[in-house]
Design a protein around this ligand. Structure first.
Ligand code: ATP
Ligand code: FE
Length: 330
């Protein structure tokens, strides 16, 4: 639950059910929606208290309308409608993925147009051309199999690291050698680049890591977790940075914004900056806490839509678990 004024963040109260999900090694939809429901009212109160405002001071209410888990979306949309009706405020049902991009405005101000966005999260890995977020985004490429975050989570599991896998791999990798194992860079060969220049593939990488680890275990040798983590992470970050910079150069864009949970990765931030700087491209990444799911990102996008004069959503706004990336508000 986030509260913003213009591009200024006033409160970001996050109620996470990650500890419960960790017990199951992944997100359980039923657990997610129940936790969501229980946390709703206290989290809203916490956000209002932190911002030092009341519901009456709020100008508009934004909520994630999709994409995502239907149960959790329904809880959020129903609660937002309740608040909007009770306080007589306009309601904005927004796209969770566009919000992952919009959140950077809270840190670095309005996005220059056009910009390229690299969206890397638990369920998505895309390159987008963004002119004005209020007018939607143009997808340049997507993952053709696993998302980057999903690959982190699966490889972590393989290495016996906890869920979600991004943070522990990030930490383990700092103690490892990224050049110790040569893992594949998906869709970077000359033939692949013809058809999939801005697309990603992480499933082959995940399998390569699994095979490598299995071979070690079969041979009765210890698995060098830190080296595997560092080499895997390097492969992911390398591909993401190369393709993002290529997208910027191809479209004559000098700003790359990175969003989504994987944008919290310390190595991705460093590699992207290093590669982009060589071509005079500026990289914008919000602080790690704003990369993973939070309410501030939804408020940031809502605030932008209000300022852009976008019409509010109808009060019968549906939750759309399959909301397309190109639809910014419902
Ligand atoms: P989506 O936004 O696609 O619907 P989501 O909301 O579940 O998916 P996010 O919260 O945006 O996903 O991101 C969570 C993902 O980010 C997880 O897969 C997690 O492992 C990954 N992640 C978080 N921190 C890091 C990190 N430091 N390094 C790499 N990955 C990370
Ligand atoms: Fe997300």
């Amino acid at each position: 639950m986030g509260i913003v004024r213009g591009h200024t963040l006033l409160a970001d109260a996050v109620a996470s059910s990650v500890d419960e999900h960790a017990r199951f090694g992944g997100v359980v939809p039923e657990v997610a929606s129940r936790a969501h429901l229980e946390a709703m009212v206290p989290t809203m109160q916490r956000a209002l208290d932190t911002a030092g405002v009341t519901l009456a001071d709020i100008d508009a209410i934004a909520v994630t309308a999709g994409p995502g888990l239907a149960g959790a979306l329904l809880v959020g949309v129903a609660a937002a409608k309740g608040y909007a009706i009770a306080a007589d405020k306009p309601l904005y049902g927004v796209n969770h993925l566009a919000a992952h991009v919009a959140v950077d405005t809270l840190e670095h101000g309005p996005l220059p147009a056009p910009a390229v966005a690299l969206l890397v999260s638990g369920g998505h890995s895309s390159l987008l051309l963004v002119d004005d977020l209020a007018n939607g985004v143009t997808p340049l490429g997507n993952t053709i199999d696993d998302a980057a975050g999903e690959a982190f989570d699966k490889v972590a599991r393989l290495l016996g690291l906890p869920f979600p896998g991004g943070p522990p791999i990030d930490r383990a990798a700092r103690e490892g050698d990224p050049a110790s194992i040569s893992f594949p860079r998906g869709l970077t060969g000359p033939r692949d680049l013809e058809r999939h220049r801005f697309d990603f593939s992480f499933s082959g990488l995940k399998t390569a890591v699994a095979r490598w680890v299995e071979a070690r275990q079969r041979a009765g040798e210890p698995v060098p977790v830190n080296d595997v983590a560092a080499s895997f992470q390097e492969a992911v970050c390398d591909v993401l940075a190369v393709k993002a910079v290529d997208a910027c150069r191809t479209h004559g864009v000098d700003t790359l914004v990175i969003g989504g949970g994987v944008a919290a990765n310390s190595r991705l931030r460093a590699v992207a900056e290093e590669r982009a700087a060589k071509h005079g491209i500026r990289v914008r990444v919000p602080r790690p806490k704003l990369c993973t799911d939070n309410g501030a990102m939804v408020a940031a996008l809502g605030s932008h839509l209000v300022a852009a004069g976008v019409r509010p959503s109808a009060l019968d706004l549906p939750a759309d678990s399959a909301m397309p990336l190109t639809v910014v508000s419902g």
